[in-house]
Design a protein around this ligand. Sequence first.
Ligand code: UDP
Length: 328
Amino acid sequence: MKILVTGGAGYIGSVTTAELIRTGHAVVVLDNLYQGHRDAVHPGAAFVEADLADPAAVARVFAAHPDIEGIMHFASYTLVGESMALPLKYLRDNLVNAANLLEAAVGAGVRRFILSSTANLFDDPARMPIDEHERIVPGSPYGESKFFIERLLHWFERIHGLRHACLRYFNAAGDLPDVGEDHDPETHLIPLVLQVALGQRPHIAVFGDDYPTPDGTCVRDYIHVVDLAQAHILAMQALDRLGSRKYNLGNGQGFSVLEVIETARRVTGQPIPHVVGPRRAGDPAVLIASSDAIRAELGWVPRYPDLASIVESAWAWHRAHPHGYADR
Ligand code: UDP
């Protein structure tokens, strides 16, 4: 299949592009390089530098590649904290950009769409682990913007027959040897902890140790990006057979912030000092996914179900590329 990957120069999009090409698909990457890196794009993919905010540029991509059969949509603003300060960057721009993409897609006759969605839809879960029946309560304008796009997809299916899968990921982590996480600014726990191991930061700040969890720090479900990529590919292949789907994606096991730091100490052999600070606004105490549905329906089996192997893969990337893509 020829797949359009928006945001294919970003962290999860670039890993998915590499996995698509490895498994025999053709890929067109559309990215505005706002957060992405040109060097992150697999050399086997066609690359178009364009902005989804520009409908004419988006239409040109489909005109140049009339054989696109499916879309994986990663391109968006993704920072929960920033979305609390700049809500319209998320509520307006993520929505309008997705609408521009969808308009061009149905105009070009595309019938398959996979959305990179988020666990930030579940700010007030009644049950843990969180399954697909959980009530949607977006935790931020970022999460709400992804919910807006899920709703766009609902209507595009009813009106245009566009089949879609919404994949709500929990905490994406881990890297491939040559394709990895390089955010500026970096806000995620595992890369920040590894920056401490590399001597680039003096310590890791732990955002609160007074949560109602066993050690007082927040518990999260970390999932390897390669397993996320695999889920996208399986979901795309199953759309014709199963119809539209929503899946929660995690390993089904939670680790506290202190457990992540301890794992990184073991993997790296470095002391990694930590300092307990105040809570970060908007952090729920525990987020753990139930991924039973995607396992049962698509046969998805994570290759990296344990935290140590996720951190090992991240350490291999960060050690080889201490300054990210600037080192390539
Ligand atoms: N966290 C932390 N210190 C940091 C960054 C993150 O204690 O410097 C915590 C954060 O409060 C959360 C967990 O680590 O409980 C994972 O945060 P991250 O930003 O990686 O992902 P999120 O859960 O926000 O998607």
